[in-house]
Design a protein around this ligand. Structure first.
Ligand code: HEM
Length: 448
């Protein structure tokens, strides 16, 4: 096997000699250094080179544009210069044709059709499903001095996703589906990009085939029924010209949507519970707010009355954003930060690095939900100061759903459980592709 076969060559960028930074070893570039400590890698580059620098991971040379202005410039993309599909090329093999892998007019028309499933009416139906699923699961969580929170919430999020997105009650398929998602996501950052047997990519490609067949078999029943799950809505949704999504489009959208929803929400909920365990004073305050609503399940109309919960969640997302780096691909040369950057170049901007920017946030390394209070409003210091859900045309379509799911969970969880961290415990987080605690986040779980 030639070494060059291990990393699939990325798109060929124009000349980057004038851009500061270094491209690391031949073939592998900076991949291993980046994978080990992604944030430290970028922070040191930025300190050495300034806000515009080049690096090389996964076989493609990339120009990083640091800062909130860069996020705004690239994501708002007023000149339609930055493609998402080629930016997210690492996902192309496993999630081709997902919404984020489409650009411009094609993206807009697909997004418009999918948007039907995120309107207030269907959201109210999802809320009922979320509440039911959470209420059915929580009583089975057994108090323990070392309750593994991450696997428990990952399973719950998958079960909720199966109910809300697919209209399924999970039975025997759950473990197989869960493993398939894990394999698909793990393959997206595999160093070996060929689907050889025994490799991460080999497992990822097999997992994709399994999931697509699984969804395809369900299409006839979803098309003819009148259920309110997202799958059924995609089957019935029409474009302006009256056309429906084809079977291939439906399975690709679902496959991408489940991936986009599952690990991100799991990661966000894990950080949220870690924060409530680490800062008991916030846990008590949020519990008081939840109890004051006086309902066992969260009412859709009462969501806006959880202001403290929202503040803590916003800070959790700032502290550890599930999607810290966003890639794009320039179609034409452009100028940023005093540099002429060529077309056909991979670009990276980072909500995660901006979330720790000392020019925007007061003591950014401190967990401090009050920075989002109306009188401090640090997030309003820049339009892109706080952007864990991205921005512009590709801004997360599931943002309100994710926020709703987190509130519904926290609302029921804190009514029944107290959570704390073992003495001296410090979690070790795997930073990418999506942050997760390497040890499953063992917490002390007690019933109230
Ligand atoms: C806390 C949870 C979540 C976070 C932090 C998150 C974050 C993001 C981010 C940053 C993007 C933009 C990527 C880019 O611009 O390149 C995005 C896009 C997307 N997200 Fe989420 N997401 C979350 C939950 C969800 C959920 C629950 C769903 C589905 C119900 C979802 C579906 C999508 C889809 C389909 C896109 C692509 C949108 C487009 O290209 O137009 N996400 N998400």
């Amino acid at each position: 096997m030639a070494l060059s076969e291990t990393i699939k060559a990325g798109p060929v960028a124009g000349k980057l000699d004038h851009i500061p930074g270094h491209l690391g070893m031949p073939i592998f570039g900076n991949t291993f250094e980046f994978l080990k400590y992604p944030f430290a890698f970028h922070e040191s580059r930025r300190q050495q080179c300034g806000p515009v620098y080049k690096f090389s991971v996964f076989g493609g040379r990339t120009v990083a544009l640091y800062g909130a202005d860069a996020l705004e410039y690239v994501l708002m993309d007023r000149e339609k210069n930055f493609g998402s599909r080629d930016g997210w090329r690492l996902l192309q093999q496993l999630f081709p044709n997902g919404l984020m892998l489409r650009d411009f007019d094609d993206h807009r028309s697909h997004r418009r059709i999918m948007q039907v499933a995120f309107k207030p009416r269907p959201m109210q139906d999802y809320m009922l499903r979320l509440n039911d699923g959470i209420a059915n699961t929580l009583p089975a969580w057994t108090p323990s001095p070392r309750f593994q929170f991450y696997p428990a919430i990952k399973k719950l999020t998958l079960d909720l996703g199966a109910s809300v997105f697919l209209g399924l009650e999970m039975g025997d398929e759950a473990a197989k589906l869960n493993q398939a998602f894990v394999d698909e996501v793990a393959a997206s950052v595999a160093v070996i990009r060929k689907p050889w047997p025994g490799t991460k990519m080999g497992r990822g490609v097999k997992a994709r085939a399994f999931l697509l067949d699984f969804f395809r078999d369900l299409i006839p029943a979803r098309r003819s029924g009148d259920a309110d799950d997202m799958f059924s809505q995609f089957c019935r949704a029409k474009a302006e010209d009256g056309a429906f999504f084809s079977d291939d489009e439906i399975v690709d959208h679902l496959n991408f949507l489940l991936m986009a929803a599952h690990d991100t929400t799991t990661s966000a909920l894990t950080t949220m519970i870690w924060a409530l365990a680490q800062y008991p004073e916030w846990q008590d305050a949020v519990r008081d707010e939840v109890m004051a609503l006086g309902t066992e399940r969260l009412d859709y109309a009462a969501m806006d009355r959880l202001a403290l919960t929202e503040r803590v969640f916003k800070e959790a997302l700032r502290f550890r954003p599930p999607v810290p780096f966003l890639p794009r691909f320039s179609r034409r040369p452009f100028e940023f930060g005093g540099y002429e950057i060529p077309g056909d170049t991979s670009i990276s901007v980072s909500p995660g690095l901006v979330a720790m920017d000392e020019d925007i946030w007061t003591e950014p390394t401190r967990f401090d939900p009050d920075r989002f209070s109306d009188n401090r409003a640090e997030d309003r210091r820049h339009r892109f100061a706080w952007s864990p859900f991205g921005g512009g045309a590709h801004k997360c379509i599931g943002m309100h759903f994710a926020i709703m799911q987190v509130r519904a969970f926290v609302h029921q969880f804190l009514q029944h459980y107290r959570v704390a961290l073992p003495d001296g415990y410090k979690p070790r987080w795997q930073a990418i592709p999506i942050p997760k605690p390497r040890d499953g986040l063992p917490v002390i779980l007690t019933r109230l």
